[in-house]
Write a protein that binds this ligand. Structure first.
Ligand code: PLP
Length: 385
């Protein structure tokens, strides 16, 4: 049976060229970048090269990039690191109802530690309105965290306008979770006035377990890992050299290919959306019709439970997801779809298809046939219809 992967928002395969670049760092080039001998200094140079690549891609300076274990750590570092370092200046944080759990759970933790958190609403497309940000700002607001693009519905947030509002009306830092967007959208932290930005290598054909956070020069972060002085005392622990080298290489490809990739993936995704709408007139596309990541199609199929659809599609050889990978397995409806105004019943009927650089028209056509077969079966037996 064919195996078709349409879950690229959950993770992507590591590119062959990236893996090849990483392999020597497991064996012959195994030095610790903190060692002062040659073997260590050799790997140190490559860690720094990777840092330069990431910085260049974001319009940042290399010393503003800190390597982490991925998006979750970067998000936690942004929220907890800023909150704890600015505790004397204020105790208010603003975020949104549709953030990834890495941000939301960190915010909930901070509430327990005595911080006040405002969770901004979104409109029916998942857009966070800059006016809402403005209304929520207080003189004691120390951090605003709004994601660049949503992982479930793909909605792209007006981060530039939000940054303007934050800068004009407060001293708060602005953090954006760009984990899903860096592979497709251009981001210049200088132009947009972003203070902190999270990214994760496995979302753009790099290895898992490595990511980075951009921290603007002058922004204070309380380090929540204690140990060695790595990463300029901002993140203790021996560097994940193969991972960091892989992240840099994967980023290099993304920069070269992003524009072409965006167009190619979008045209396949649009074809898929058109076919789904023709075939299932009651299917609703969740998220914004245009302001969405080019690889994302998230549908509500009324009467069909998302989890059942995922499992039935899997039996047909097609990998998709219901909601985010991190929340699937739980039967709770997606917090993102609830925030968009869907009822819990409808929110349970969602299926996310996310395309990637290797997706072909044949695969989309195969997935479409599988969807027709599976939906007609599930609709006959569904307790929700
Ligand atoms: N933020 C967003 C928007 C994500 O989509 C994810 C992963 O799905 C994360 C954060 C967490 O990243 P990681 O898997 O690298 O911990």
């Amino acid at each position: 049976m064919k195996q078709i992967y349409l879950d690229y928002a959950a993770t992507t395969p590591t590119r062959k060229e990236v893996l090849e670049e990483m392999l020597p760092f497991f064996r012959e080039k195994f030095g610790n970048p903190s060692s002062i001998h040659q073997l260590g200094q050799e790997t140190r140079a490559l860690v720094e090269e990777s840092r330069e690549k990431v910085a260049k891609a974001l319009g940042a300076n290399p010393e503003e990039i800190v390597f982490t274990s991925g998006g979750t750590e970067s998000d936690n570092m942004a929220l907890k690191g800023v909150a704890l370092s600015r505790r004397d200046e204020g105790n208010h944080i603003i975020t949104t109802l549709i953030e990834h759990h890495a941000v939301l759970e960190a915010a909930i933790f901070l509430e327990k530690e005595g911080f006040e958190v405002t969770y901004l609403p979104v409109d029916k497309y998942g857009i966070v309105h800059p006016d809402e940000v403005k209304k929520a700002l207080r003189k004691e607001t120390i951090l605003v965290s709004v994601m660049h693009a949503n992982n479930e519905v793909g909605t792209i947030e007006p981060i530039e306008e939000i940054a303007q509002v934050v800068k004009e009306h407060s001293d708060a830092y602005l953090h954006t979770d760009a984990v899903q967007s860096v592979g497709y959208l251009d981001i210049d932290v200088e132009k947009i006035s972003i203070d902190l930005l999270s990214l994760s290598s496995h979302k753009f054909y790099g290895p898992k377990g490595v990511g980075a956070i951009y921290i603007r020069k002058g922004v204070r972060i309380f380090p929540f890992m204690h140990g060695g002085a790595q990463e300029n005392n901002r993140r203790a622990g021996t560097h994940n050299v193969p991972g960091i080298v892989g992240l840099g290489k994967a980023f290099e490809f993304i920069i070269q290919e992003k524009a072409e990739l965006r167009e190619r993936v979008k045209s396949l995704r649009d074809f898929f959306i058109k076919k789904v709408k023709e075939e299932f007139p009651d299917a609703e596309l969740a998220g914004h019709p245009e302001k969405r990541l080019p690889n994302n199609a998230n549908f509500i199929f009324p009467g069909v439970e998302g989890e059942s659809l995922v499992l039935a599609m899997d039996l047909e050889g097609v990998c998709i997801s219901s909601g985010s990978a991190c929340s699937s397995g739980a039967t709770k409806p997606s917090h993102v779809l609830l925030a968009l105004g869907y009822s819990p019943d409808k929110a349970r009927c969602c299926a996310r298809f996310t395309l990637g650089k290797d997706t072909t028209l044949d695969e989309i056509e195969y997935a479409m046939e599988a969807l027709k077969k599976v939906l007609s079966k599930l609709r006959q037996i569904s307790p929700l219809t």
